[in-house]
Ligand binder design. Structure first.
Ligand SMILES: [Zn+2]
Length: 210
């Protein structure tokens, strides 16, 4: 394992543990990856079924663009590897992060029929790369959930082409995907989008009981 990969793994493991403590990746849910090389495309990614609160460096896997494990590692990569690969290809992302928070799960179910969720007018939007004003309008597409990862990956590609400025998307009653040029940028996007989802959700709830 090169120093570069070891550094990525160390960063992803500590971020995963932090997100686990915040309740965003409970019970082995969620997954995290970073691009190791572009040509050929290789990603380092969390394994399937691992506790994100207690990841060890040797649990991470390197996969190629077809989600095949590189090297003689017998562990299985995340079931959602195909989505990480597609996002790395379509957005040029350097890191991809996926969480299963309460608010992303609730809002993606509640608003699925709208096709997405519009978030605008919030100061915290400026935490998204390239956004310089609270007047920004962010459209977070919602895709139907599926266990067929090949077809879901194709729908992710179509969605990312339709919304080239998107910073993330939701899977229905499942969770959030976001990404960034670097691990730190992707982490920031998770924090910003999870904050905004919780804010939008709590605001709707507060309005409904007033
Ligand atoms: Zn998931």
């Amino acid at each position: 394992v090169s120093d570069g990969v070891a550094q990525l793994v160390s960063s992803l493991a500590s971020i995963a543990a932090d997100f686990h403590r915040r309740g965003w990746v409970l019970g082995t849910s969620g997954n995290f990856s970073a691009v190791v090389s572009r040509a050929p495309l290789q990603l380092v990614i969390t394994p399937s079924g691992a506790d994100k609160g207690a990841l060890n460096a040797d649990q991470f896997l390197v996969i190629d663009e077809l989600a095949r494990v590189v090297g003689d590692n017998l562990k299985k990569p995340s079931d959602e590897s195909a989505l990480h690969i597609r996002i790395a290809q379509e957005c040029g992302a350097g890191a991809v992060m996926h969480t299963h928070s309460t608010w992303s799960t609730m809002l993606s179910g509640l608003l699925f029929d709208d096709g997405g969720l519009r978030i605008e007018g919030y100061e915290m939007l400026k935490g998204l790369e390239g956004v310089t004003t609270h007047e920004h309008s962010e459209w977070l597409p919602i895709l139907d959930n599926s266990q067929d990862m090949a077809s879901l990956a194709d729908r992710v590609s179509v969605t990312l082409k339709q919304h080239p400025g998107a910073h993330g998307f939701l899977l229905r009653r499942h969770g959030l995907y976001t990404w960034g040029a670097s691990v730190s940028q992707a982490k920031r996007h998770v924090e910003i989008l999870e904050f905004l989802l919780e804010t939008v959700g709590r605001t709707r709830l507060t309005r409904s009981i007033q």
